[in-house]
Design a protein around this ligand. Sequence first.
Ligand code: GLN
Ligand code: ZN
Length: 768
Amino acid sequence: MVTTHNLGFPRIGAQRELKFGLERYWKGESSRDELKALGKQLRARHWNDQRELDLAPVGDFAFYDQVLDMSFTLGNLPARVRGFHGDKLDNYFRVARGRSAQGAEERAACCGGVAAGEMTKWFDTNYHYIVPEFTAETTFNLDPSGFLEQLREAREQGVRAKPVIIGPITYLWLGKAKDGFGTLADKLALLPRLMPVYRALLDYFKVMDVEWVQIDEPVLVTELDPAWRDAFVSAYQGFEERGVKLLLTTYFGQLKENLELACSLPVDGLHIDAINARDEVALAAQRLPAHSVLSVGAINGRNIWKTDLNAALEWLAPLARQLGDRLWLAPSCSLLHVPVDLASEDKLDPEIRSWLAFALQKLDELRVLAVALNGGREKVAHELAANAAALAARRNSPRVNNPAVKAALARIDAKLGKRQHAYAERARKQAALLQLPAYPTTTIGSFPQTPEIRHARSQFRSGALDQAAYQDAMRKEIERSVREQEALGLDVLVHGEAERNDMVEYFGEQLDGYAFSRFGWVQSYGSRCVKPPVLFGDISRPRAMTLEWISYAQSLTNKPMKGMLTGPVTILNWSFVRDDQPRVVSCYQLALAIREEVLDLEKAGVQVVQIDEAALREGLPLRRAQWGEYLRWAVESFRIAANGVQDETQIHTHMCYSEFNDIIASIADMDADVITIETSRSDMELLEAFDNFNYPNEIGPGVYDIHSPNIPTQQHIVQLMQKAAERIPAQRLWVNPDCGLKTRQWAEVIPALSNMVAAAKTLRSQVQ
Ligand code: GLN
Ligand code: ZN
């Protein structure tokens, strides 16, 4: 008999109940007890949703982040929040977001805000965790109370509970060494201090009669130094003779050179992500010791397509015969990365809906697979037939397949992504045409999304505002931005993006091949959720997407107006993408659609076009060995989108992150005339990348941290730009903020940009 289990369940709630509950609590509108009760209610509901499983996860629920929960369980709190006398949950929020609920700190007669914990992406997903902090003084101190409470709740509900913890090696690897405690080896030195706490936690589980513990070590799918591989051996040897069984759990990729290691550790089972590492399943089945369980992640835990159940059974059946009771089945990874329930998607096109599976539907797929393996396929003949029919319909649907798009893709050649001439020649022509001063000023695209803009948009969506009235309202906003920019004396203007809800959704909605859910929310961090659009078919652009707005904006001014687009790689990386073709194919299709838009803008007389690739870096594979391949097609996609223009048309791109030392050559390959990047928060440190690499084109290192309400001073901006000018010739520097201004208010934006323009003037006077 195969055993079914789940690695983790989305905790935010099908209707984002947790998000709203958290935000109410933070604003002081509800009590801590109410919030705790909500958490309990969600856990109960989610266990009930998983009742068909043989084992359900416990401890996967977190009020903010599961890594932060682990830090609290291990007693690894940053020094700045120790000594807080209030409630533990309040202190937890202080680490997560710098402050607790309204009034909570005063009630605890304490402390005011603290620096929020750093946040970073959870492997290659769009989920962000709170980075554990380590110093030479770090000690650990077990607090099992959160786990034990959830375990008791689960037991009361009759759940066969499997606690889920982050393993010690991954926990150390995820953390950041602070206070000069700098190197990777330093973190490993903490392992002897950490191990007793893990052992004590397992002892608690044993006392609670837990049989299995899921111990997540996703770091095993990355390239590990020998010291880290050795640490696995010593850590897991330290877990021998502990009285609970351990399921060593990996996901998101192949184990490759770590497979042998994983199979040799003294644990009781291994979970492999069979979506990403199908070939390793058979290898692991051979190599695992005879008592060991092999858990196969046969259902994609991070995409929203139905599983091909019949195909899965084809390869699972022999494995089930080989392993018998030792075969376990699960989703490939925690379902945290998919929305909860497809059933609420009543507005989604029924044909497309019939191809999808959210978390609850995935659990049902798991049930069907297990019944088929345990009792024969006839027992689920109906489900299997329906699944086959849905998959066949998807494969053959004219909505998925567009021969014209496939033909256009086949015609792509190296010429398509090449500008007519090299940068130096283009720069001459552009300078003659645009007549910009030294240190030209611009912004990144969006201006404040005021309550009025949001109101107009929601009225338009609900039908209360007709097309003409909505257009009118947006035109007024555009006019306002243009007037403000002219008054400020900026050199290259933008229309302000008032009409855009989101930089990906806005384009997805206008492209054929995209669908949108109503409740397809996925947690991004804390109470923040995103609703990635669903890229289901061949991508085409039925009509121009931005032309009307940009042309209108250009008609209001004699200054150059930047056309503003989102790039193909970013659209891809922020969508649920097709599983029936490689990502690169979808990306090239997006690139061709954006290319048409670029050429339409150029034809209409737009001289500057910016193509944002905010998420290019996010798509980097987990293993460095695979970076090159990704970067090749990502860069080529950008080039296809951007580089069909005349020499005179100036192409900008924008990236809003601060580490690209390691990909700068690829960024240069994009061959944009101008790139704007985030730098102000790191005090231009990021420009170190330019010490070793001679970036050939123009660059606008952001001088104004748009994440903060603080107004940068003219002097500070001048200083930052002077630092930049030490590395990049002044003739190739632009002056601009770090990112778009949509989250700021006009009252902040105007003085900040006014200081920025004044700083540019000072800098110009120094060049002459
Ligand atoms: N053009 C976009 C804006 O200004 C860029 C946003 C981003 O980089 N995330 O809002
Ligand atoms: Zn940005």
